[in-house]
Design a protein around this ligand. Structure first.
Ligand code: GLU
Length: 410
């Protein structure tokens, strides 16, 4: 099943639960607007490489389109569509004044020099700039893009339109970035997980956690989990996975990967099979890397009772159903990783007001939003006796449907 079909399936199941009038289906299920364009780049060796770049605006009923830009060799229009739609549901669930969008370029950025990466980013930004704007569509980092890429995007946009920090979020702190935004996705995973576990009578403190992916989401999720008293027993990155019964020293692991090395080159840990990070004995599993990693083939081997989805779309619908049936608690992506876009909202709102908050204020508000959304999701799940994923979609779809109706779209 394609990624966009998976999200459609979740949409339809939730829409049926809330008895959504059929006439809303098409407007809420399909994208509003899609760009699929060439991104030509002059390589350092003088050759011309032509990449493919996308920006999909899924739904803008509740506010400007919002969502990240990813650089990955497997990006295609179907994946970007799926992720754009997830952004619509995520922003609605978190009650942020945004719609949903996503972008990407089909490229392996590790094969480009820094100059080539900057040229690609500037060309891609110019190509989509006519549909961007601080009150129209606001990109952010996603897989393999970071504050530097956002700085180039902002510069490319601002050179035509005047100083526009609110055109992207996840910017460097040197101009317009918000202290706390970089850590917000990973921290948010733990805030929502902690709230959900406590409400169901579990305790994150004392739990054993395994994390797939040690990038922007996985590192700060690990750091925050340790702050909450959990023990991180396994982590992984593109180079493989490592485990340690007594707990991995996360501060040291973060210093280690900051030097550009893989976790498998760390001392004092056991190297395990890369995929085994999903199935090691633990209480909580946090997939924080690619999509579609939890499937019917491996879900039966997962020992964790809790899964908090740091990644977008890490679980296939068939595996999701089986896990729910056997009682595994899944804090779904649209909730668990919603701290990223919530942090983006905090950054954007500071940019448009030209006023800055300190990091403690940022984190308090982040925690409050994530915990509220978690409780709303769990109330709905309880009321209908459905999974947290379906409940999250039910809340989000209702909000977007109401806005669409009032605007006269549907
Ligand atoms: N890329 C992140 C996500 O998938 C953040 C998006 C944003 O901040 O706009 O939620």
């Amino acid at each position: 099943m394609r990624a966009d079909e998976m999200v459609s399936l979740y949409f339809r199941e939730a829409a049926a639960t809330i008895d959504l009038d059929e006439r809303y289906y098409e407007v809420l299920e399909t994208s509003y607007r899609e760009i699929d364009a060439q991104v030509p780049v002059h390589r350092d060796d003088g050759s011309l490489a032509v990449f493919r770049g996308y920006r999909v605006q899924h739904n803008g009923a509740r506010g400007p389109y919002k969502g990240g830009i990813r650089y990955h060799p497997e990006v295609d229009i179907n994946e970007v569509r799926a992720l754009a739609s997830l952004m619509t549901w995520k922003t609605a669930l978190l009650d942020l004044p945004f719609g949903g969008a996503k972008g990407g370029v089909t490229v392996d950025p590790s094969e480009l020099s820094e100059r080539e990466l900057q040229a690609l980013t500037r060309r891609f930004t110019s190509t989509i700039s006519h549909i961007l704007g601080p009150l129209r569509d606001i990109p952010a980092p996603d897989m393999n893009t970071d504050a530097q890429v956002m700085a180039w995007m902002m510069d490319a946009y601002s050179s035509k339109s005047g100083y526009s920090p609110a055109i992207v979020t996840g910017k460097p702190l040197a101009f317009g970035g918000a202290p706390g935004r970089r850590e917000a996705t990973g921290r948010g995973v733990i805030f929502s997980l902690d709230e959900a576990m406590t409400r169901r009578g579990y305790s994150l403190a004392g739990s054993r956690v395994a994390i797939q992916g040690f990038g922007n989401v996985g590192t700060y999720a690990a750091e925050t989990a340790v702050e909450f008293g959990a023990t991180v027993v396994a982590i992984s990155d593109i180079g493989g996975a490592v485990a340690r019964e007594d707990g991995i020293d996360i501060a040291r692991a973060m210093e280690h990967v900051a030097t550009g090395r893989s976790v498998v080159e760390m001392d004092d840990v056991d190297v395990i099979d890369g995929d085994a990070v999903l199935t090691v004995p633990c209480d909580v599993l946090i997939p924080a890397a690619l999509g579609e990693v939890i499937t019917t083939a491996n879900q039966g081997d997962i020992k964790a009772e809790w899964i908090a989805e740091g990644a977008n779309n890490p679980t296939t619908p068939a595996a999701d159903k089986l896990l729910y049936e056997r009682g595994v608690h899944i804090v779904p992506d649209v909730l668990a990783n919603g701290g990223g876009v919530t942090g983006s909202y905090f950054e954007w709102t500071q940019n448009i007001q030209q006023f800055t908050w300190d990091e403690a204020d940022f984190n308090d508000r982040l925690s409050k939003r994530l915990r509220e959304a978690t409780n709303e999701t769990m109330n709905t799940a309880q009321r209908h006796d459905i999974s947290m994923r379906r409940a999250a979609f039910c809340i989000a779809i209702q909000r977007v449907a109401d806005a669409s109706k009032m605007r006269g779209y549907a």
